[in-house]
Design a protein around this ligand. Sequence first.
Ligand SMILES: Cc1ncc(COP(=O)(O)O)c(C=O)c1O
Length: 384
Amino acid sequence: MKNKKIPLFKVFTDKKKALSIVSQVLDSGFLNEGIYVNKLSQKIKNFLNIRNIVLMNSCTSALTIAMKLSGLKPGKNIVTTPVTCIASNTPIKNLGGKLKWADVDTETGMLSQETIKKVIDKNTVAVLIVNWSGIVPDLKKIYEFCTKKKVKLIIDGAHSFSAKLNKKDISYYSDFTCLSFQAIKHFTCGDGGALICKNNNDHNKAEKLKWFGFDRKQAKDEKGNWIQQQRNIDIESNLIGYKFNMNNISAAIGLSNIGHIRKILKKHIENANTYKKQFTKSKHIKFIKEVKNSSSVYWYYTIILSSKKLRNDLEKYLLKKNIDCGQVHIPNDVYSCFKSSEINLPGVRFFSEHQLSLPCGWWISKKEIENIAKTIIGFTKSFK
Ligand SMILES: Cc1ncc(COP(=O)(O)O)c(C=O)c1O
């Protein structure tokens, strides 16, 4: 008999609570942005210990606004990584900008100050760094470098909700941090995202850009719901914006989950530590190098195998054993829409051919993680 399948991703829901809050939203008659979005915004600010946040309908939307606020337009570029979801890089093209690939460090799968330095040029407005699998790269060093070069640092934190460096939320080390609350993330609203801006002026602009470029703060009823008619709207200082705001239904799902987030994150971290303990002596397996004083959140757990053949064979073996695993994202530089002949990316090729991402989430027990690790170690030992 085959073992029960262990998925790489799973959606967390508290159905009873979600139904109760969604039902309140439906009864209120305010389905779009309103008090439930405000409540969730406050709870996330408290949880992350940050000053401001703009909730949106996705991380992709947050990235788009972050890039626009960084000054991306035709003729300008963003230094970015191919080791990510297409969502990270699509907004660059949609805003008419240019992608400037930088290579990744083979020990982390992420950009480093050294790889960024090689490609940054006079038309670069921002660097986009992706925290692969929820691991924190050397953000302090990279942020200091970007600040010196007068370019913005945007963190794509879709995998890294509440990750920390030096006990501070990652957003402390960036101009813009974008979060994803899409279905399978640590914290979900069904779909949703957020933008955290370093600077108040950017935050105020982001508030407007997420709703057609207008500030709707003045156009609310006494409870904080947006009124239907567009009264009191400041027509003097509007921008050209988007329809990217979060709505009360998504916020209700988020509110039903937020009370569980501490234990969800704790389990991901404990499971990652169990893998580390098991793999520590293996000569075939390396794990991603982590920065001192960082707290990563391991959405999944990535290992780097000693050869491409071992990675490919191990992946097939685990899938046969009903243990879901894979590369998670195809390196973006191979997609025809992103292709560029400008640069060789040996680090990207190495990482994408040697990495295997394993399930690590709240739905897996310590015993199951130990069994997965034993299965992997057994396979690598017999590998010729
Ligand atoms: C690295 C990364 N960035 C951005 C996104 C897009 O997030 P969203 O679906 O919230 O737009 C994802 C989605 O998984 C992702 O993995």
